[in-house]
Design a binder for this molecule. Sequence first.
Ligand SMILES: [Zn+2]
Length: 413
Amino acid sequence: MAALPRCAVRWFLLSLILALPALAATAPHISLAVDATEAPRKIFHARMTFPANPGTLTLYYPKWIPGEHGPTGPIQDLTGLKFTANGSILKWRRDLLDGWTIHVEVPPGAANVEAALDFISPTGPDGLYTGGASATDKMSVISWNTMLLYPAGWTSDELTYEARLRLPAGWKFGTPLPVASQSAAEIRFKPASLTTLVDSPVITGEYLRVVPLTENPLREMDIAADSAGALEAPPEVFDHYKNLVDQAEKLFGAHHYREYHFVYSLSDHVAHFGLEHHESNDSRSEERALVDWQKRLLAAGLLPHEYVHSWNGKYRRPADLTTPDYEKPMQDDLLWVYEGLTSLAQPAGHRRRRARNARFAPSVGVLAAAAGLLRRRCAELALGGHDHPSTNPWQEIPGRLLPPLPRRPEWAP
Ligand SMILES: [Zn+2]
């Protein structure tokens, strides 16, 4: 055998050393089964299996939720925690300094830890965003971050979850999360990173209407309501949402999602907000927000705003808001760009041109003033200022700087 040149041996050893961490550490695959069959009672059950080694397994409940801009993970509604390995119940305790962190004692011989939890979805005004009211007798939104734990030591991009979901009998569903298979009893989703899972809500309900907007790429509205009548909007309403995606494509010139779902809840008994995701938005309005023209007008800016976030806030995001997991705090000093630019850029395909122009044609001076106000207000909020009653300063700005909406548009019925 001929001797290898010394430099080749050095390179081989060096590349071996560099590859060792990757060889030694394989990011875990976690199975997650969510039972939402008791959604009408606002009770959800989840079971997970974590690969584990003897010692301490540290798990997190998602705390800093993207788009919510704060430590809003609803830990107060998490209950029923139980950990087992090889059939034995394990000891666990909550971290003394952080309520979202849980330490589990893994005994010798255990290769996996089974975890079980219950999530109690609140009623009334309690809770923020995905931690707010999310289930009624007729519908629910499954926000995965409320129903799972994840192991410390990995980024949310590195962790892979294989999720399964059971729904109440007869309830339909819509989601951007790719489905592997489904039966009457269960939906199995394709393996996805924790980042994608948390970014992909499922809307489900007895009354669910899927409205196709475009075919290639697929864009659709997945709308669940507390009544069948709430889904019967005039056909032109959906034409306006088709215009919205058309206008956005013209405005941005490209998109970065595989497909897009407007996940829209219509209920007087869920929390009302909009939450952006890369391939969807979780928006929630009053039950008659599509069929009553006044309510429709009031809610008309919601879906365009959340849609723009797919570009500004998801595909592009301030560095301080781009965190490796849901435990590291986010910093909101550039939130004025994230939210302010989105509010000013949102297309208006849902409105007639005259109403849009009256509302969304600010001058350069107005834009500059708005940017300054937004920056100051957001910075004050981030620093904990209490002298301003508004908690949504970017929503306050257009009302101060732009002309008010007409009381009754000429095109209204
Ligand atoms: Zn926003």
